[in-house]
Design a protein around this ligand. Structure first.
Ligand code: FAD
Ligand code: FES
Ligand code: FES
Length: 465
């Protein structure tokens, strides 16, 4: 039998806690493994290995991420900070002192991740209300201390946390090498043109924020030797802008960017509302709209909105660009009409004057819940009559769908109790949900009806005021 070939490595330069690092490793090696095993920074812990527990949280350029989901090639030229980089020499960071004072740690497994998530939050300048602190650490699980003391500690440190002091680099570069075959290889693609050429030649799988791909690699549901193409650095796929009467999102727009964007806040605030329900800060800093569209999960939270707003998805390849309406994009369970050599480059969302949009996500809990039902409803009001009604639904069929029957009931109607009941009955009749680990078909059907009914009634009450 032929000896297995070694995974190709690349030289990746970045800084960790202000120390320049030069690493030889396959680009897909997890940042977590680089920190713990190549650099000996074992303060960063591994819990779940799939983005659910936050134990591996570190900061990249000040943003908190799960290092188990970051391929190390994506930190090239960036600044990584781990828990070892919080204290100033022997002097603890005020947040660390506050954890000790408030008794915010017991076994300590979650503590480094908690500290990093809390540190990013406090440094953001956001007001440290109880709700905001809870949201900031929603991606970090603690199984022994209990959250009350942790929240107390974070509140205690608010206002006392200094900006990171960037130590003058000593110039001593740490040169390290990962063990052979220490992760999958990832092909870099510095420009869109190169990325499209590589896709055409290799048929590789793009990796954007990696929040789906890295989980699939860890679970071995994606082969580790299949070619992966890094698109995270493509500037051409970034940016949120208005173009005529459309809101245009670059495919690499992250949920954190949607939440921060002034353009979004003015043009389509529901987008920021949706982004806030997707994972926790660690996922929102990495997960992209393009990744959500291509992952094509029936539970993908962005997808019902793209259906309800009649958005379109722009694909590019070496053959040029084509634009596909969202209604024709998802062709089956986790399937899309994207060809293997195409990249999603943009999403175009028409902005319709006086359109109203409502969104609801029903999950098991508020943070980190994959939806049991997700619904977006868009309409215009002509006096008190509803026009141009569009309803997008997720988690109720093998792919995200429009609820055409319920749309027909609402079109040209007024939002009365009778209309709301008829629309609810229509949606319950037309969807084909399934039983799965997250919910039952009966529950999903009943909830879809109730959610639509409530949206209609709330709109009716708002109109009557
Ligand atoms: C803990 C956790 C919680 C999550 N919570 C939610 C949630 O609440 N709601 C939700 O909807 N999702 C959730 N997700 C799933 C995931 O975060 C989103 O689907 C995210 O938008 C994926 O984006 P990404 O950039 O990380 O995708 P990646 O993992 O990089 O890629 C995902 C897929 O899209 C392809 N791809 C990516 N970008 C492009 C592009 N521009 N062109 C062509 N193909 C592309 C990749 O090849 C891959 O097949 C969660 C994931 C985790 C780990
Ligand atoms: S180890 Fe659990 S999120 Fe990374
Ligand atoms: S201190 Fe033990 S898990 Fe949080």
């Amino acid at each position: 039998m032929a000896a297995p070939t070694a995974t190709p490595t690349e030289t990746i330069r970045f800084t960790v806690n202000d120390t320049p690092v030069e690493l030889d490793a396959p680009g897909g090696r997890r940042l977590l493994d680089v920190l713990r095993y190549d650099l000996g920074l074992t303060g960063t812990k591994e819990g779940c290995g799939e983005g659910e527990c936050g134990a591996c949280s570190v900061l990249i350029d000040g943003d908190v991420v799960d290092s188990c989901l970051v391929p190390v090639c994506q930190v090239a030229r960036h600044d990584v900070r781990t828990v070892e980089g919080l204290a100033d020499g022997v002097r603890l960071d005020p947040l660390q002192s506050a954890f000790l004072e408030a008794g915010g740690t017991q076994c300590g497994i979650c503590t480094p991740g908690m500290l990093m998530a809390a540190r990013a939050f406090l440094a953001s300048g956001a007001e440290p209300t109880d709700g905001a602190i809870r949201e900031a650490i929603a991606g970090n699980l603690c199984r022994c201390t209990g959250y009350t003391k942790i929240i107390e500690a974070i509140a205690l440190a608010a206002g006392a946390v200094p900006a990171f002091r960037h130590m003058p680099s000593t110039g001593a570069v740490r040169r390290v090498a990962a063990p052979p075959n220490g992760g999958p290889a990832i092909v870099p693609s510095p420009t869109l043109r190169q990325a499209l050429r590589l896709l055409a030649e290799t048929g590789g799988r793009p990796i954007a924020g990696g929040t789906d791909v890295m989980v699939a690699l860890a679970a071995r549901s994606l082969p580790r030797d299949g070619p992966l193409l890094d698109i995270w650095g493509l500037e051409e796929l970034r940016g949120i802008r208005l173009e005529g009467d459309e809101l245009v999102l670059g495919a690499l727009t992250t949920y954190a960017e949607l939440r921060r964007s002034r353009v979004v806040a003015e043009a389509l605030p529901v987008l920021a509302e949706i982004a806030a329900t997707i994972g926790a800060a660690q996922i929102q800093n990495r997960g992209t709209v393009g990744g959500n569209v291509i992952n094509a999960s029936p539970a993908g939270d962005m997808l019902p909105l793209l259906l309800a707003t009649e958005s379109s998805i722009v694909l590019a390849s070496v053959r040029g660009e084509r634009t596909v309406p969202a209604s024709a994009f998802w062709s089956g369970y986790r399937r899309t009409v994207r060809a293997a050599d195409e990249l999603v480059v943009r999403i175009r969302i028409p902005l319709v004057p006086d359109r109203r949009v409502r969104y609801r996500k029903i999950g098991t809990r508020r943070a980190l819940a994959i939806s049991k039902v997700v619904m977006a409803v868009a309409w215009r009001e002509d006096g008190s009559t509803w026009r141009d009604v569009r309803i997008g639904l997720g988690s109720v069929a093998e792919r995200p769908i429009r609820a055409l029957g319920a749309e027909a009931v609402l079109e040209g109607s007024r939002p009365t109790t009778e209309t709301a009941d008829r629309a609810a009955a229509a949606v319950e009749a037309e969807i084909r949900p399934i039983d799965d680990v997250r919910s039952t078909a009966d529950y999903r059907r009943a909830v879809s009806g109730r959610v639509l009914r409530r949206i209609v009634l709330e709109a009716g009450e708002a109109g009557a005021r």
